[in-house]
Design a binder for this molecule. Structure first.
Ligand code: PNW
Length: 477
């Protein structure tokens, strides 16, 4: 039996953050020159999101950012991760920057800095300008060059005041949910397009990191946030181990192979050879992608559990938490079966397994020795409701955060260089294909009035941020 944890103390410089993304919170989709992104188009297409919900208003952060920053400060947060909407800055995905678009982010950043909150800026959280999708989107090589140009514009405008930069958020989702299973925008279902998209996202990252480097002060940190899956085999049977390796390559190796090691894993190229010839990988691309990074962001929610299965397994909804689709987001892996990891689950149906976060952190500590790590997303959806007195009590989320932060601390004790943690999410927001039905926030949003109410988890987390020690967890009833 492990010793009960009595007090969990973090290093003094540890960042206690919360994360959001532009389309999920901003609203104001037609203001100040912004044009539609693929998520506007997708969410306005009947049948794509739960209840046809869209980010048109979202939680109106575009108009309420001052109050939102004040709330973060009141809670005690020391860092905030947000994303920039590409189509606010470059409405057609090309050409000069729209000043009004950049100004919004400059005001947001200045407000954060004035409150002593460290901004972490994500350049791309899934909202490609629709015009670039119309020109072929991520499967098209040119999109990577467009992204680097956009990165340079934002780097020039905000590089003097934002130190933490994240090129892409979870390119796996952009490539394989966007172009493979089609449950995310732009909703295409073509395995070759999804692999092309993955490569061009990698290339976009490499080109953008170099562009940022050339226009920003050297002190700034450039990173990427990967939803680096923890993939576990159902058994030690060699067929199950092989299945787990296949999924690990498609979830992780396809990104960190070229980024950290300068090459796609040979096992990935071989396992996908019946789907694609990888001819869109040009000479020199992997060198471009292998640009040195200052840090790595890890997003973690739940592990995957996989086994081998007969090739004739009919396609259908899969127990892998990626949304129901007739189309697999795993090209060339139709013979792999996904299983539900045993244990308690959140409202997303995602099993709660804090040890997965420890495994992930220690894995990247081994794979990228010396590279500082951040947990750039971790959190849980619950069916939160205000009490009659208006308070929102969410002991499940507190237990989730306590469990995962304890594993972060254990990884640090074992030598991992984890510099900070960003709770997903600051406040309830537009949960993509699930609409507003899934609440990930530490702050409750009443969608009728857009009023914000910190849940008990926000107070709990704020105390951790202010003291550097995890407060206790109420006994479960
Ligand atoms: C991440 N999956 O999304 C995103 O970065 C956030 O925008 C999102 O709100 C949050 O996690 C919660 O879902 C994911 O299917 C969506 O594996 C889907 C998956 C992973 C992450």
């Amino acid at each position: 039996m492990p010793e009960p944890v009595t007090s969990v103390t973090f290093p003094p410089a540890f960042l206690w953050g919360a994360a959001t993304s532009a389309y999920q919170i901003e609203g104001a989709v037609r203001e100040d020159g912004r044009t539609p992104s693929i998520w506007d188009t997708f969410s306005h297409t009947p049948g794509r999101t739960a209840g046809g919900e869209t980010g048109d208003i979202a939680v109106d952060h575009y108009h309420r950012y001052r109050d939102d920053v004040a709330l973060m400060a009141e809670l005690g947060l020391t860092a905030y991760r947000f994303s920039v909407s590409w189509s606010r800055v470059q409405p057609t995905g090309r050409g000069p920057a729209v000043q009004r678009g950049l100004d919004f982010y400059r005001r947001l950043v200045d407000e954060l800095l004035a409150h002593g909150i460290k901004p972490a800026l994500t350049l791309y959280h899934w909202d490609l300008p629709q015009e670039l999708e119309d020109a072929g989107g991520w499967p098209q090589r040119d999109t990577a060059f467009r992204f680097a140009e956009y990165a340079r514009l934002v780097g020039e405008a905000l590089g003097d005041r934002v130190e933490q930069w994240i090129t892409l958020n979870e390119p796996w989702c952009s490539a394989f949910l966007g172009y493979g299973s089609g449950v995310h925008a732009p909703g295409r279902t073509d395995p070759v397009a999804s692999l092309r998209a993955a490569h061009h996202l990698n290339l976009a990252h490499g080109l953008a990191a170099s562009a940022l480097r050339s226009v920003m002060p050297a002190r700034n940190e450039i990173a990427i946030s990967l939803n680096s899956s923890v993939v576990r085999p159902l058994s030690e049977d060699p067929a199950d181990l092989a299945a787990a390796l296949r999924i690990d390559d498609l979830a992780n190796g396809i990104f960190h192979g070229p980024m950290l090691h300068g090459a796609y894993p040979a096992s990935l190229l071989e396992a996908t050879s019946s789907v694609t010839d990888w001819s869109y990988v040009h000479d020199g691309d992997t060198r471009t992608i292998n640009v040195p990074l200052d840090a790595l962001g890890l997003n973690y929610y739940t592990p995957a559990l996989v086994s081998a299965a007969a090739r004739q397994t009919p396609p259908g909804p899969r127990a892998d938490g990626h949304g129901a689709s007739e189309h697999s987001p795993w090209p060339g892996a139709d013979d792999v079966r996904f299983h539900q990891t045993p244990g308690e689950r959140t409202e997303m149906g995602w099993t709660i397994d804090p040890t997965g976060l420890y495994d992930l952190i220690t894995r990247y500590t081994r794979e990228a020795p010396g590279l500082p790590l951040y947990v750039t997303e971790n959190g849980a959806a619950y069916d939160d409701k205000p009490d009659p007195d208006g308070r929102v009590h969410d002991p499940e989320r507190i237990a989730y955060l306590h469990g995962h932060l304890s594993e972060v601390r254990r990884a640090i004790a074992d030598g991992a260089d984890v510099r900070g943690y960003y709770l997903w999410s600051l406040m309830d927001n537009f949960e993509w294909a699930y609409g507003y039905g899934k609440r990930f926030g530490a702050v409750y949003v009443d969608y009728a009035t857009l009023r914000r109410t910190p849940k008990s988890s926000a107070r709990w987390y704020g105390e951790a941020a202010r003291t550097g020690v995890l407060p206790g967890v109420e006994p479960r009833v």
